[in-house]
Design a protein. Structure first.
Length: 176
């Protein structure tokens, strides 16, 4: 029990230090602490949508993807009466093939989906490494793309693919 409390305390300190670091100095690209972790912040621009602050946070045994915001560039009226919205994030796997790493879908049969309310923070997915995850590196995360599909106000499905770029990265390395 005591080890668990210490482990949780160390994790809280590290994550708080990481977020404080992001807040205070967005230009710095590396920092040392007592545990290994990496954080990548990505963005992208498309014709109809912009994506900001998509996060990939990698620790010793888990990975987090998400917590981005999407911004629709068109007239919000174009999204009224929409009953479908979906996003899929892709990364290249170790074989160079695109694979879906995070996705979500919203649909309604008897009303609107309220797309603009659902894109302020797209949520996140955190979990242990999946097959092949440990073989990934910066180039795999740099290959991230976002596919958005939505229904417009006329009932037509629209799709846009946005290539993301790494804005910033932070690496926390273990001290020896």
């Amino acid at each position: 029990m005591k080890k668990t409390v210490w482990l949780l305390a160390v994790i809280m300190i590290i994550t708080n230090a990481l977020w404080l670091y992001l807040y205070l100095d967005r230009e710095q690209t590396s920092v040392e602490a007592s545990s290994g972790a990496s954080l990548y912040l990505l963005h992208g621009t498309g014709e109809a949508w912009d994506i900001r602050d998509y996060k990939i946070m990698i620790t010793g045994d888990r990975i987090l993807r998400g917590h981005a915001s999407l911004k629709f560039k068109g007239d919000p009226g174009e999204l009224s009466r929409s009953t479908f919205f979906e996003y899929k994030f892709y990364e290249n796997n170790s074989r160079g093939e695109k694979e879906v790493v995070y996705a979500n879908e919203f649909h309604s049969n008897n009303g609107e989906v309220s797309i603009l309310d659902n894109v302020k923070d797209i949520g996140s997915l955190t979990g242990p490494y999946s097959y092949g995850e440990l073989e990934k590196d910066r180039s795999n995360y740099e290959s991230t793309s976002l596919e958005l599909t939505w229904q417009d106000h006329e009932g037509n499905r629209q799709t846009e693919m946005i290539e993301l770029e790494i804005d910033q990265e932070i690496h926390i390395t273990a001290k020896e």
